[in-house]
Design a protein around this ligand. Structure first.
Ligand code: AMP
Length: 221
């Protein structure tokens, strides 16, 4: 069955620039992304039974239980009035593949592509170590690759901080989690949907990455 809405998935290790790239693509189409990391971080900001359940997983670099993530994802999509849905970081573990397809039927969207971002572990680590986020407006910088003009946010002057899970120990765990839990998801798509599973190296200038992703989307939509 064909629906009016199309969905594409971005997957890639922490530090691959997945969120930056997915957001740039979303901005181009005038839509928001469905970013599971952000949805979860927003939930843990306030004290609640749910936030206490989620926090320990994020703090230790492990994946949050899939049923919780799927509920947040579905709720977010149901509130979105858009015909292109861009998933940033979901499905990220094998049990989330089934949840993804269930949501696609409940909400009603076609699955048109998976874009896998490729980067070496060393570059990912360096990017994560250098990442700084504006504590006021959320703009992301990197002290090695995209430094702010001063030691504050270029846009609002806010203080730049490290994300809590960007410590060397948690970075190491998150990269391992990616290898053990998310790489099998990529293998699943490569095996079962080879015609719509694309890989894109992110160790090149952003304009080139962006152009080739738009070419992919043009081909599948
Ligand atoms: P990210 O911002 O994508 O690096 O995600 C930050 C953290 O949120 C991850 O280390 C996980 O703890 C959690 N997370 C994000 N997406 C998922 C997902 N699809 N399933 C389970 N946990 C997730």
């Amino acid at each position: 069955m064909r629906y009016d809405k199309n969905a594409l998935i971005f997957l890639g290790p922490p530090g691959s620039g997945k969120t930056t790239i997915a957001s740039k693509v979303a901005f181009y189409f005038g839509v928001e992304t469905v970013e599971t990391g952000r949805l979860l971080r927003e939930k843990v900001k306030n004290e609640s039974e749910l936030s206490n359940k989620i926090r320990p997983f994020i703090e230790s670099g492990k994946l949050v239980p899939s049923d919780l993530v799927a509920k947040l994802v579905q709720k977010k999509i149901e509130l979105m009035d858009t015909n292109i849905i861009i998933f940033d970081g979901f499905p990220r573990r094998d049990d989330q593949i089934e949840l993804f397809f269930r949501i696609s039927q409940d909400v009603g969207f076609n699955f048109i592509a998976v874009i896998v971002l490729l980067i070496s572990r060393t570059t990912s680590e360096k990017r994560l170590m250098g990442r700084r986020v504006c504590s006021k407006c959320g703009t992301v910088y990197n002290i090695y690759f995209n430094p702010p003009r001063e030691d504050a946010c270029n846009i609002c002057g806010g203080k730049l901080v490290r994300r809590e899970d960007d410590t060397p120990e948690v970075i190491h765990k998150r990269l391992n989690t990616y290898e053990y839990e998310t790489v099998p998801v990529i293998k699943y798509f490569e095996r079962n949907y080879p015609q719509i599973t694309y890989s894109e190296s992110v160790e090149k200038p952003m304009e080139i990455i962006f152009d080739s992703i738009l070419t992919i989307i043009d081909k599948v939509k």
